[in-house]
Design a protein around this ligand. Structure first.
Ligand code: MN
Length: 429
């Protein structure tokens, strides 16, 4: 099913084809001088995909306000349609990550069929025990999986198991668990007991995982609990994942760390421990800002990918991370932000692929700090845009996704059927 007219994409591409081809050839020559085959890099980039968070296609907001965009998706089917447009034009996001109960529908079979028609599959499914749903027996105001009350914990466990059952119907292979549990005052919570209760609850969820599933534990330093969170950092996450078993791994959301934390080193540690589940990509300046991936600190994103490419290069056993975006689009059209962010993630991957690992290893062995860091910088400073353009072109997408998207007037078209939604509807995890 095509959402954007193929003729429009082709017309848009035709005006840029010659320049794109020349740029690719020129970059190919430059890389050949560095003994890098551009076509090998291109094929790896073409095989790379990052999942779209279903909650990302709606306009986000802050705890202060939300300013709705035009033609926001009304339900999970509309969300899938928008994800289909993103994949059709940018060709880097073949899967969608759902959030329950936000994305609940009465017909999972129809949802899966719709996704297939758009060329989409489903990545990890996300549970929600950080907000109360109408009609639920117990409130999560003071916690969910770690709540002091056994009935509340049981309700949260049951919800996660329901998410696994839904995920099985749509082809997911992982459950992502992020809890808002924690405290807002010193003394409010007994740290060790709360963590023990987390393990007890998580074990019940873990026991319900199908054989080929994984459980992704997502840590976050603060918010909504602003004094302490139960799974606050990669250490707590690692302790829990280790206690649960091999199917439990640690998910790194780039925005969920203290400022200045060396995230790429955390990634390296988790890879070494066989516990890296994957990523929620976004960017930040002050906290969990949920800014577009690579919009503020592209070098940091590159350094994360440097660790990932190094692990693949060195064939680290069991290395198989899941890649997902998780960001909030408050002032942009979410479709444009998601296409741009997916390309930014692809860009970081391509830049890391062209790092000369032999030269880097040699510089490290010789304690030559300057040459070592230059080996990284050379990858980061290479403009790999021609590779990304060619990957999109080969896949039937747009050389310039945002330009083609604007020319298509897709947003104005769907806005005719989708009424403006006022306020509410946060959901940034
Ligand atoms: Mn996240």
């Amino acid at each position: 099913m095509t959402l954007i007219d193929a003729g429009l994409i082709q017309d848009h591409n035709n005006s840029q084809l010659r320049h794109a081809a020349n740029d690719y050839e020129h970059l190919g020559e430059q890389l050949a001088r560095r003994n890098i085959d551009i076509d090998v890099v291109r094929k790896k980039v073409a095989a790379f995909g990052v999942a779209i968070p279903s909650w990302g296609v709606g306009t986000g907001g802050t705890r202060f306000a939300r300013f709705p965009g035009l033609g926001e998706p009304r339900n999970v089917f509309d969300k899938l349609q928008d994800c289909g447009v993103i994949q059709q034009l940018a060709c880097a996001t073949p899967t969608v990550s759902l959030h329950i109960p936000w994305d609940k529908t009465s017909d999972w079979k129809a949802l899966r069929e719709t996704a297939t028609r758009y060329g989409l599959g489903f990545d990890a499914i996300n549970s929600n025990t950080f907000s109360d749903q109408s009609g639920q027996a117990h409130s999560y105001k003071f916690g969910s999986l770690t709540h002091g009350d056994a009935g509340t914990r049981a309700q949260a466990v049951a919800h996660n198991i329901e998410c696994i059952e839904i995920g099985q119907q749509i082809g997911s292979k992982a459950l992502t668990v992020w809890i808002g549990d924690g405290s807002n005052f010193p003394g409010q919570q007994h740290f060790r007991r709360a963590f023990d209760r987390y393990l007890e609850s998580a074990r019940e969820i873990y026991a319900a995982l199908p054989g080929d599933w994984r459980m992704f534990l997502e840590h976050k330093i603060c918010e909504p609990a602003f004094y302490s969170t139960v799974i606050q950092d990669w250490g707590s996450s690692y302790l829990a994942a280790s206690a649960l078993g091999p199917k439990a791994q640690c998910l790194v959301d780039l925005g969920h760390h203290a400022p200045n934390v060396n995230i790429e080193m955390i990634v390296a540690r988790l890879i070494a421990a066989g516990k890296l589940a994957g990523f929620h990509f976004n960017d930040s300046k002050y906290g969990d800002d949920d800014l577009d991936a690579g919009s503020v600190a592209p070098y940091r994103l590159f350094l994360v990918f440097n660790e990932l490419v190094a692990a693949a290069h060195e064939k680290v056993a069991g290395f198989d991370p899941a890649y997902m975006l998780d960001q909030s689009h408050n002032v942009t059209d979410p479709i444009e932000s998601l296409m741009t962010s997916a390309a930014q993630v692809q860009r970081s991957y391509a830049q890391a692929l062209i790092v000369d690992r032999t030269a880097l290893d040699a510089a490290q062995d010789a304690n030559d700090a300057l040459l070592a860091t230059q080996a990284l910088k050379r990858g980061f400073e290479t403009d790999v845009t021609p590779i990304l353009q060619r990957v999109r072109l080969d896949a039937g997408g747009a050389i310039d996704p945002v330009g083609a998207y604007r020319a298509s007037a897709y947003r104005q078209r769907v806005a005719k059927d989708r009424p403006v939604v006022i306020g509410g509807g946060g959901g940034i995890v």
